[in-house]
Design a protein. Structure first.
Lengths: 385, 385
């Protein structure tokens, strides 16, 4: 499971062949989410990054471990909540405990990134911060490393950098970035100015953007210097910046818990996209291709990530018997492995059994699980969420 | 549940307004089956007649109770196995214990009917025997009673009588009976000679028989005198007849258990259709219509028996939440009522959850559950059967 373990002692003295530009690079994994799109497997108390969907490691473990050929554990940070931290620490015990940055409560990605920036600013004023998600899949890890190296090199020249994903279909579930003029090559990859951020489109808009050739998906991965992002907060989100300064001043003092507990609930929740990126100037994007990137944003996304059988089925349950079913996902409850699931002649179905909940959903409606969750909330059935 | 209870004292002195022809009528309910077509709800240890599928009463209870406006409990017999008898007695405690006729092991419907005929022959040599199934649904109970009265009247004139069901569609899951010349009216219903019994047809044959107008479905309900059926056994199934004579001779003696335990395994299993009906002469059929008869022979048959909701769904589970599903059956496990079943955008699906087994089957493949059972046997998974 811990195949890279023997490399760690090396990592403590800097990774072999690490580029000079990476000496101040830090990853910040955003692991505070409580996403509901993989319900009923993902729950409020067991968010997506804790799930072992794709292999025996959780998505969070995978997110941490795929960085370890690039960065030593000391330079991998996690922003999460007190509630989730204990569990996440058991998933990645190789990270120093102080690298788990805890929010009293979630206040949007801007505040989470701000808190991590404040923490990093204390450690290394020259830090370059790589903001990553805890619950996305990236099939091509070495390609991912090379793009991050290019992005770090570019970020050290000043811009806010984001990795864009070259679209492979007219997705409506992602935001898009329109690329402008080329900024030249960085570590072999061409970077572009960002012309515009676009919200999730409808089908027609998505098709137009795919056809245009100058749009990429917004991956939620950002790379910038601490200096630059703190400056953006100061200009664009001055209230958040003031809060971060108060929290920063208390860091490491006995008053810290009291200060953050007082300040955090007062923050207006905001995303980094809307709070900073969309209105910033000097923003760059590196379009990445062939990363096999997937946000695992719904049950159907597993069909893009896992190998199906000859009938196109993903049978993820030890006791599954099928007769003539096609293109269906069967995910049984790990706590009831002896339960027999039988499918006969079904097509394009998602079946997820968690013991207390059984979801049976047509593949094309997998995004609508969110509507179910809203309806269950209204019915007072929170115990299933 | 026992709405007819107050009538029983009357029944003991003969039912009010019972026709003279019914004075020697006895019902024999065949309740030995271990049908698998409603698997996974029906099991080897919990066959279809014990299920409470249609209302809060089991199919067996319904079969017994629908006779009680026609016959006193003393004249309702049940043929079953030792294994099933204890459970069935709890479903119909109003029947005298001695009316449960027990087979050591099932040897086909001919032997089961023969054993009941032997028992009845001891009680009432003038008995008219009404052979019924324990696991069929009959919506029109008063119509059913009138047809049985007509059939008893006809049987007392000599023929082997069967109730045929006028077909309402080109069914392939039933055997058919071709009707010949009219035998005149009995209690207001026209009877016909039977020209031919036909096995379950393919689609083309079924359509031709439906179009012909002279075919009815074989319901498995038979009416005949004890004298006549024993004579048929003597002529057509002499080995079985000899066995029945030995068993009859031992009836009520201390040797009975030993005799039947010795004789029964030696019987060649055979159906009454093949063993007697298909080769008998003087066979009559009364075509019955508007009985709302259904053999509940597969999960899809429940759509004919139970009222669906506005979207055509049969939601038979207390915690079921649906979003835009159609024409689907959801049957949850009664032992896990708190389990939440959610369906989203599914169509023409049968979902049956029993706790240890979850079946998800397209409606058009419901008959193929039998193939699953064979496959599970081959895999050594008998514990799920």
């Amino acid at each position: 499971m811990w195949a890279v373990w023997p490399m760690w002692p090396l990592a403590n003295w800097g990774l072999p062949m690490a580029k000079p530009s990476m000496q101040h690079a830090y990853a910040v994994i955003m692991a505070g989410g409580g996403g509901t799109r993989l319900w009923p497997l993902s729950r409020q108390s067991r968010p997506k990054q804790m799930l072992t969907l794709i292999e025996e490691r959780s998505l969070f473990q995978i997110a941490v471990q795929r960085l370890q050929a690039l960065l030593p554990p000391e330079r991998i940070l996690v922003v999460t909540s007190q509630q989730q931290a204990d569990e996440l620490k058991t998933h990645a015990p190789e990270l120093p405990a102080e690298n788990y940055i805890l929010e009293p409560q979630p206040r949007g990605t801007a505040a989470a990134i701000g808190l991590a920036a404040a923490a990093l600013g204390q450690r290394d004023p020259q830090a370059v911060m790589i903001v990553l998600t805890a619950d996305h899949y990236i099939g091509n890890e070495s390609g991912f490393h090379r793009y991050l190296e290019a992005a770090v090199e570019l970020a050290q020249a000043g811009p806010l950098v984001t990795l864009g994903i070259e679209p492979t279909f007219a997705a409506t579930q992602y935001g898009y970035i329109q690329m402008g003029a080329s900024l030249g090559e960085f570590s072999g990859y061409v970077a572009h100015q960002v012309k515009r951020f676009k919200e999730k489109p409808n089908v027609e808009e998505a098709e137009a953007m795919l056809a245009s050739g100058d749009h990429v998906w917004n991956s939620g991965m950002f790379i910038w210097t601490i200096e630059r992002i703190l400056q953006e907060f100061a200009e664009q989100m001055p209230d958040l910046h003031t809060t971060l300064q108060k929290v920063s001043a208390a860091w490491g003092t006995p008053q810290f818990d009291e200060v953050i507990a007082h300040e955090w609930p007062r923050i207006a929740a905001q995303t980094i996209d809307y709070g900073v990126m969309e209105h910033a100037t000097n923003v760059a994007v590196i379009p990445a291709k062939e990363l096999a990137w997937n946000d695992v944003g719904s049950w159907t996304s597993l069909f893009d990530v896992l190998p199906a059988d000859a009938n196109g089925n993903l049978a993820l349950h030890p006791y599954h018997h099928d007769l003539d079913s096609h293109n269906s996902l069967i995910h049984g409850a790990s706590n009831t492995p002896e339960r027999l699931i039988v499918t006969v002649g079904v097509k394009d179905l998602v079946v997820v059994d968690t013991g207390d909940v059984l979801l049976i959903c047509s593949r094309e409606r997998a995004q609508d699980v969110r509507q179910v969750i809203e309806a269950l909330k209204e019915k007072g059935l929170q115990r299933y969420l």
